[in-house]
Design a protein. Structure first.
Length: 325
């Protein structure tokens, strides 16, 4: 399946550039609208799209006005991220929302190369935007070019595997317990013990070995576990094109850093690469998760009233959602 060329949210659209976007570039550069350099930049952006199938997106704000851009440029061993918005058009908030959309899109659809953004040490605003989108400082990549010092931030990466190494098991177990203790709807009653969680986790390990499930883990540039979930495949030829996404969770101590979107992107990529055409998932009613999953293309297709008993006199609906991949 070909990657979508446009990316949309509630009131934000990201579109490939057209010739008329030279006016936006001129505004960002503080040049006259008829200056030659902005047109050259837009032409280079369009050529990159033709060669790679991705590149720079123009940010179209709530009123339909072009207010900035998010760029992805291919290098030999990484993809460079750039972002800029017009002053007075929402600033860091608008840039953060746009970058969140683009990096999740990249993780799901683009070549499996590191996404990196470099920023001057004094540019606190751009660093905040990058970190709110999930990027983390990678000190080993910091460098100096001429007289300019650069800090480099990198996007988390996704590992898809059919086994749970011992070290990863311990990290997953600790996270699962913490998510449950923090009120996450991850299959257990409040206060579930580590042994209870371990039994279910080890059950997934057996399913991985049988080939009926795949583990998708989100990791920081330094290798720390940020989240995980499973792509579970049903048996039977008539449903071989489907999969259920299960036990989706991210580190509760790192909320607000786009990790949920990045993990969903990784799960969708892994499922699609395995030939899955329809993805389903289920969640516990009363958690607000339906709104979260709706943002990633899911529609409610079933509801079982009172199917989940969280505690005495606390029965919740079991909700099933689905989307095409």
């Amino acid at each position: 399946m070909t990657a979508p060329r446009t990316i949309t949210s509630d009131d934000l659209s990201l579109l490939p550039p057209v010739e008329d976007d030279a006016a936006l570039v001129a505004e960002l550069m503080g040049l006259p609208a008829d200056a030659g350099r902005p047109a050259e930049i837009v032409r280079a952006w369009r050529e990159h799209w033709e060669e790679h199938g991705y590149g720079t997106w123009i940010i179209s704000g709530p009123a339909g006005r072009a207010v900035g851009f998010v760029g992805l440029r291919a290098h030999t061993d990484f993809i460079r991220v750039t972002i800029r918005v017009v002053d007075g058009e929402g600033g860091d908030e608008l840039a953060s929302r746009a970058l969140r959309l683009v990096v999740a899109h990249a993780l799901e659809w683009l070549p499996e190369l590191p996404l990196r953004l470099r920023v001057a040490p004094e540019d606190v605003g751009t660093r905040f935007v990058a970190e709110s989108a999930g990027m983390e400082h990678a000190p080993d990549l910091d460098h100096v070019t001429g007289e300019d010092e650069w800090l480099v931030l990198e996007l988390p990466w996704v590992r898809v595997t059919d086994r749970i190494p011992a070290r990863a098991r311990e990290a997953m177990l600790r996270m699962w317990v913490r998510v449950n203790d923090a009120g996450g709807a991850v299959g257990f009653l409040p206060g579930a013990s580590e042994d209870e969680v371990a039994a279910v986790l080890d059950g997934y390990g057996e399913r991985l070995e049988r080939g009926s499930a795949t583990l998708v883990a989100l990791n920081s540039p330094g290798g720390d576990l940020l989240g995980f979930g499973f792509v579970a495949r049903p048996s039977g030829a008539t449903v071989a094109h489907t999969a259920n996404l299960e036990r989706i969770m991210t580190d509760p101590d790192r909320r607000g850093t786009n990790h949920g979107a990045l993990l969903m992107a990784g799960l969708h990529r892994a499922a699609r690469d395995a030939g899955v055409e329809v993805a389903t998932l289920d969640y516990r009613g009363g958690t607000g998760l339906g709104e979260f999953y709706t943002r990633y293309g899911y529609t409610e297709v079933g509801r079982v009233p009172g199917a989940v008993r969280v505690g005495p006199d606390d029965d919740r609906d079991g909700v099933i959602m689905a989307r095409s991949l």
